[in-house]
Design a protein around this ligand. Structure first.
Ligand SMILES: C[S@@+](CC[C@H](N)C(=O)[O-])C[C@H]1O[C@@H](n2cnc3c(N)ncnc32)[C@H](O)[C@@H]1O
Length: 228
């Protein structure tokens, strides 16, 4: 498992809250060694992967359980946006009938209810994978300051699960995003979707955390996996 570090600045003035997810999706595309024609994207969101696919493809199937996200996804006669939940076997019962040449999932699978089960289902699609999964050192110092355990699995746990089902290369990247003001950090967490919509802290606890948080940066840890 290779570990790397990368730094970015939060471009507040552009109102961009998905700085890290954009980088993650771009890395998955950059490292692809083929140009698959039949593509599946699980947890597609507003289309970060689709927008970066630069080659001509026959079909891009975009799955998300949020209709609001799917509404924002690019559409064309080659892009099929389907409402679906990767926690449900019924989704995979349909997907397994298709022949996908590549399966992407960017910044989504950390929210799987049972990652082991979802990875098994993905392996049954018999297609090469490019996945990026946020792991437990995301917001490390923030969570330590608040005295909260990460809701995410560690990179070791995720690697173990992946190695059960795939012959794959795994890389863990640590990103740091820097901010001018502490309140921008909390706005970012709220709006970026990286917290999975969970409000773990009360208003009072957030205020205390804002006073005590020692950094002007946010930490992210992302595990990338691709088929060998
Ligand atoms: C942080 S966003 C990432 C979106 C996009 N892949 C990207 O790279 O920007 C996570 C997405 O996963 C979707 N998602 C989370 N849990 C899901 C599930 N169980 N089934 C399908 N989609 C899910 C969310 O609705 C959201 O659009």
């Amino acid at each position: 498992m290779k570990i790397e570090k990368e730094f970015s600045r939060f471009a507040h003035e552009y109102g961009k809250y998905n700085v890290i997810q954009e980088k993650v999706a771009q890395k998955l595309i950059n490292e692809l060694q083929s140009q698959p024609k039949e593509i599946l994207d699980l947890g597609c969101g507003n289309g970060a992967i689709n927008k970066k696919v630069f080659w001509d493809y026959n079909r891009f199937t975009a799955i998300d359980f949020s209709q609001k996200m799917l509404d924002l996804h690019p559409k064309s006669d080659k892009v099929k946006c389907n409402l679906g939940n990767f926690n449900e076997d019924t989704l995979f019962e349909e997907l397994v009938k298709e022949n996908y040449e590549h399966v992407f999932s960017a910044s989504s699978l950390q929210w799987a209810k049972d990652l082991d089960a979802v990875l098994y289902q993905i392996s049954q699609l018999n297609a090469p994978i490019s996945l990026a999964i946020f792991t437990s050192n995301t917001f490390k110092t923030l969570l330590e300051t608040a005295g909260i355990d990460s809701p995410l699995k560690s990179s070791e746990e995720v690697s173990y699960l992946l190695n059960q089902y795939f012959r794959c290369e795994i890389e863990v990247i640590n990103y740091e995003l820097s901010f001018d003001k502490i309140d921008e950090i909390f706005t970012y967490i709220k709006k970026s979707g990286v917290s999975g919509g969970r409000n773990v802290l009360s208003y009072k606890q957030v205020k205390a955390l804002m006073r005590n948080y020692p950094l002007k940066t946010l930490e992210f840890e992302v595990l990338f996996v691709r088929s060998l």
